[in-house]
Ligand binder design. Structure first.
Ligand code: HEC
Ligand code: HEC
Ligand code: HEC
Ligand code: HEC
Ligand code: HEC
Length: 469
């Protein structure tokens, strides 16, 4: 961690020259009283002692504990990418809107830290936070979420108990459960996407522009039918996944029979707690190979590719192939979530029978950069000058959104020239690739020693083209 932060310090120095001086930013950054009344602070305050550590839940729910422990939910606050990004962005904020947005960063990534007022902004020292709130989105937090005040941006209330000696009622999917340690209660909310949507729909706290819209994307998709029997919720894909069972829109999503609690009854289905998305790097860095491998399995069952050829191809002609990218597996846009950082792109290569390259697009160079003309599926945020803006706090508009809707597709056209000496047949190779962030951004956030962000091959397809004489 020390190495990470010393590299970060160098980067920050550079950034503070580029933007307004840090001094100027600090002068305006006094925590205004008015801000404490803003809606991001609109919830009942709780105390850390009211909650129970996941280590205690492990005594009886050992399997679920193991799954959760390696997940991004348990790492939401210790995630080095998140830490570096918040510290970096925080240096450049000036207006009240921008400062508010930075305060909101801790709201979802350590909900207990924020709501107990233990940590209210990235200005503070992350390492001072107590052990429990530093465990991000933990068991007792989710299973206490009791009231929805609005979808997205963490508008909900929790109903905590009095700590280990007086545990809260655990809200969950069973109507008939009985625990010797804590009261239990059925909660319809926990069985539906709305529960996930509380955090998986993120707006800028100051100017309200949409930043992450995973819940809305799902709500407007064919996976939501309005009828409980036919709707496919977030849980149906993400809480049915286990190693070897990717559970996506294009695979079976079988029940997972077992026990919810080590000494509890056998049940036909137990919801898993791996909470795997596309992140195959942070989970691995923080110790779970299993979760990293499951992210690869998920990504490899998310999309399909087709090559659409012309009826005929002739020499010395400008020719085209089209590539159809189908979002067959994700219940939301592909990609989703932090789409200004994620990269999904097409790697296309056309060669003649002797291996001569006629077209190449989407190659990654030695430095880890994707070629500039590649088709990349992502979003771009912009600032008040209309320029691309990496710092979400400074962003006030969406410049660009090129992604694939759930059960939808996009067709990309590639043009190439077939020279006189080309040897028939031509080979077309197309792959769809994903990585959690560009290598360049990884270097900005984690320093020159940043790990290589793995490039995951989501799907591949090949075709041959016969060329007319
Ligand atoms: C991100 C929120 C979240 C976190 C964190 C979380 N759970 Fe859950 N848990 C759920 C949801 C949602 C369900 C029910 C899913 C459904 O019915 O569709 C559930 C179900 C359960 C169940 C019922 C059995 C089952 O899995 O079907 C138990 C027991 C449980 N969780 C215990 C735990 C424990 C112990 C931890 C920590 C190690 C934990 N949960 C962490 C959201 C969470
Ligand atoms: C309303 C809840 C919420 C708020 C507020 C929030 N986040 Fe997040 N954040 C999320 C969710 C949900 C994800 C997971 C999405 C994904 O993986 O694509 C996430 C993921 C991230 C990641 C990706 C981490 C990784 O390892 O790839 C970064 C970086 C991040 N957030 C930074 C921020 C910053 C900076 C702020 C404040 C400006 C912030 N977040 C505020 C909910 C929130
Ligand atoms: C002494 C053992 C024990 C401990 C410790 C324990 N539980 Fe449980 N829990 C159980 C049993 C037994 C059940 C019922 C299992 C069943 O019916 O299949 C249960 C059920 C649950 C359910 C399902 C509730 C429902 O009705 O859907 C949740 C959620 C839950 N526990 C969460 C937790 C959390 C969070 C912790 C830690 C704060 C925890 N439990 C600690 C034994 C325990
Ligand atoms: C209390 C807020 C909260 C709730 C409720 C919540 N999440 Fe999350 N979730 C987060 C945050 C914050 C992150 C990002 C952690 C990071 O990347 O640093 C995250 C990350 C994830 C990831 C990992 C993404 C990746 O890039 O690999 C998945 C998958 C996920 N959540 C699914 C769910 C599902 C499904 C539900 C509902 C059952 C849910 N979450 C409920 C806050 C929440
Ligand atoms: C039909 C199955 C399906 C449903 C329903 C579904 N997802 Fe996903 N999800 C996927 C697949 C497949 C991926 C991997 C591809 C990707 O990253 O988009 C994924 C990825 C993710 C990621 C990681 C995105 C990234 O690249 O950082 C998050 C976060 C997430 N889902 C949250 C949710 C939430 C929240 C819901 C409900 C509102 C939901 N998912 C509903 C299949 C599903």
């Amino acid at each position: 961690m020390k190495i990470i932060f010393s590299f970060l310090a160098i980067v920050l120095l550079f950034i503070s020259i580029t933007f307004a001086s840090a001094k100027e930013a600090e002068e305006i950054k006094e925590p205004a009283e008015a801000q404490e009344k803003h809606e991001i602070f609109n919830f009942n305050k709780v105390k850390v002692e009211q909650f129970i550590s996941p280590e205690l839940c492990r005594d009886c729910h050992s399997e679920i504990f193991k799954q959760w422990e390696g997940s991004m939910h348990s790492k939401a606050f210790v995630d080095p990418v998140w830490r570096a990004a918040t510290k970096l962005f925080n240096k450049d904020v000036k207006t009240e809107d921008q400062i508010l947005e930075m305060k909101a960063c801790v709201k979802c990534h350590t909900p207990l830290g924020f709501r107990s007022h233990s940590i209210t902004s990235p200005d503070e020292d992350y390492d001072k936070l107590a052990e429990l709130p530093a465990q991000g989105i933990f068991c007792n937090w989710c299973h206490n979420i009791s009231e929805v005040k609005g979808l997205g941006d963490a508008h909900y209330e929790v109903a905590p108990g009095g700590g280990e000696d007086d545990p809260s009622t655990m809200l969950g999917p069973f109507k008939d459960s009985d625990s010797p340690y804590h009261p239990t209660k059925y909660s319809e909310l926990h069985t539906k996407s709305d529960f996930c949507g509380l955090c998986h729909n993120v707006s800028h706290a100051g100017n309200h522009i949409p930043i992450e819209r995973t819940y809305d994307e799902w709500r407007n998709s064919p996976y939501y039918t309005g009828k409980p029997e036919t709707t496919v919720n977030c849980q149906d894909c993400h809480m049915r996944q286990r190693p070897g069972v990717p559970a996506t829109g294009k695979t079976k999503r079988p029940d997972n029979p077992g026990k919810a609690c080590d000494m509890g009854p056998d049940r036909p289905h137990i919801w898993t707690h791996y909470f795997v998305g596309g992140n195959a790097i942070v989970t691995k860095l923080l110790g779970s190979e299993t979760h990293a491998q499951m992210a690869v399995e998920r990504l490899q069952h998310a999309a399909d590719l087709q090559i659409l050829k012309n009826i005929s191809y002739g020499k010395e002609e400008l020719s085209h192939v089209r590539v159809k990218v189908i979002n067959s597996g994700a219940g939301h846009y592909l990609p989703t979530g932090l789409t200004e950082v994620r990269q999904m792109w097409l790697d296309v290569k056309i060669t003649d029978a002797k291996g001569k390259v006629l077209l190449r697009s989407g190659e990654v160079d030695m430095k880890g950069n994707i070629d500039k003309n590649a088709v990349v599926y992502h979003t771009k945020l912009g600032n008040e000058k209309g320029e691309p803006e990496l710092n979400v706090a400074l962003a006030d508009r969406i410049l660009y959104d090129h992604r694939i809707p759930p059960k939808g597709y996009m067709i990309e056209s590639y043009a190439f020239y077939i020279p006189e000496d080309a040897v028939s047949p031509l080979n077309i190779e197309v792959s769809l690739k994903y990585r959690s962030a560009s290598q360049e951004l990884a270097r900005v956030l984690l320093g020159e020693n940043a790990p290589e962000i793995p490039v995951i091959n989501m799907a591949s397809v090949t075709e041959k083209i016969e060329v007319q004489k």
